[in-house]
Design a protein around this ligand. Structure first.
Ligand SMILES: N[C@@H](CCC(=O)N[C@@H](CS)C(=O)NCC(=O)O)C(=O)O
Length: 145
């Protein structure tokens, strides 16, 4: 059996990270994600150093009450695909979004999404869709402070 070559390995064998798919910034400009307390849930896993960054920023900015936190297990599920599971929660489901896998918010946002479901990811709790899994977008838009 030939294993399918992961898309992130280029012809010369080097690793090319997938680009972040959901990059709309939060803000008050047209097309931005509306800033709304209690609307978003940050999904993370303690296994991911980048997710720690998002969780630390949430804490430092005092946003614990504004943005809730869903914790996926650091143990990856043995299900034949790459995913993160809420197996630390009762019934293996995130208690707020009522989902078992992080991939569900990605497919809710885009049924044709073919990338790996990554953490951290910000989820709109109204639609249960992934809305942002980016961290580099800060400089794309002029600050309107
Ligand atoms: N865009 C993300 C990338 C985060 C990322 O790649 N997270 C890793 C865990 S540290 C992930 O979820 N990987 C999924 C996988 O490897 O299947 C960021 O915020 O930096």
């Amino acid at each position: 059996m030939t294993a399918k070559k992961p898309k992130e390995i280029s012809a010369d064998g080097s690793f090319k990270r997938q680009t972040n798919r959901f990059t709309t910034p939060f803000g008050s400009n047209e097309g931005d994600l509306p800033v709304e307390s209690g609307r978003y849930r940050l999904l993370w896993s303690p296994a991911c150093p980048w997710a720690h960054r998002a969780v630390i920023v949430r804490k430092v900015l005092g946003l614990d009450d504004a943005i809730s936190l869903g914790t996926a297990s650091p143990m990856r599920p043995a299900i034949g695909r790459v995913d993160w599971e809420f197996s630390l929660d009762e019934h293996h489901r995130d208690p707020i979004l009522d989902i078992q896998y992080v991939s569900e918010v990605y497919s809710n946002a885009d049924p044709d999404y073919e990338g790996r479901p990554t953490v951290p990811v910000m989820v709109d709790m109204e639609s249960k869709k992934a809305v942002n899994n980016d961290f580099t977008d800060n400089n794309k838009h002029e600050k309107t402070v």
